[in-house]
Design a protein. Structure first.
Length: 76
């Protein structure tokens, strides 16, 4: 895997192949210690079955019927 590293001395940022356990490399410019940089994840996977509210699952009529009788069989 390729990771981003940033030098502590000259602040040079470079990418290099490393193992996930390897958190330190030497800077190719000045030779001092460079540590792996962590980046925020921008892509978040949300499964299709994940619902944020009941309006995603039930329309208003179904929700009212379900509140009256929770044993109702609803159409899939």
């Amino acid at each position: 895997m390729r990771f981003s590293f940033k030098c502590n001395k000259c602040s040079y940022v470079f990418k290099q192949v490393a193992t996930p356990a390897n958190k330190m490399k030497l800077c190719p410019l000045c030779g001092s210690k460079a540590y792996r940089q962590f980046h925020a994840c921008t892509n978040i996977y949300t499964p299709s079955y994940f619902h944020t509210s009941r309006s995603d699952i039930f329309d208003e009529g179904e929700w009212q019927d379900l509140k009256k009788n929770p044993d109702i069989e609803r159409a899939k």
